[in-house]
Write a protein that binds this ligand. Structure first.
Ligand SMILES: [Zn+2]
Length: 153
């Protein structure tokens, strides 16, 4: 098991309950079909210590864009420590994933955490296969793949 420390931050210009966001992220990271199934274990800390703490922000679309995300998307540094989740999508979901709002949230948390863990994008492997978690489901859609938000497919 590799332990990943993280903290959750609702940016000042985003109207969303910080406690709720933290608890939602906790739940998605703890999902048995998420990265825990690949040998990771996630522990939320309240401050930025220990040193290598992943900062999971809920940010406005313009803040995510300024960080270098494609307009309208969430993003994370590959192998880094900062995730920015687009607050508009967190509240409204993303049609192209063909997932419900809750399932989309699971997808986005797992996808962005995947980048932190060093995983880059992949494509749909074959028609009718589950869409991989590291596929850009919200940007290019899921193509001929089936909707999926699980890491361990
Ligand atoms: Zn991505």
């Amino acid at each position: 098991m590799k332990t990943i420390y993280y903290t959750t931050i609702v940016d000042k210009d985003v109207k969303y309950n910080a406690k709720q966001f933290g608890e939602e992220v906790d739940m998605y990271l703890a999902d048995p079909d998420g990265w825990e199934s690949k040998g990771y274990n996630f522990v939320r800390v309240q401050s930025h210590t220990p040193m290598k703490t992943v900062k999971i922000h809920l940010s406005t679309p313009s803040a995510t864009h300024k960080m270098g995300c494609h307009m309208g998307l969430s993003c994370a540094e590959l192998g880094g420590y900062v995730i920015r989740i687009n607050a508009m999508r967190w509240v409204h979901g993303a049609e192209r994933t063909h997932l419900s709002l809750e399932d989309y949230r699971q997808y986005v948390v797992s996808h962005e955490m995947g980048h932190i863990l060093g995983y880059d994008h992949v494509y749909c492997p074959a028609p009718n296969q589950p869409a991989p978690i590291m596929m850009q489901q919200t940007r290019i859609g899921i193509g001929k793949c089936k909707p999926n938000n699980k890491v361990n497919i």
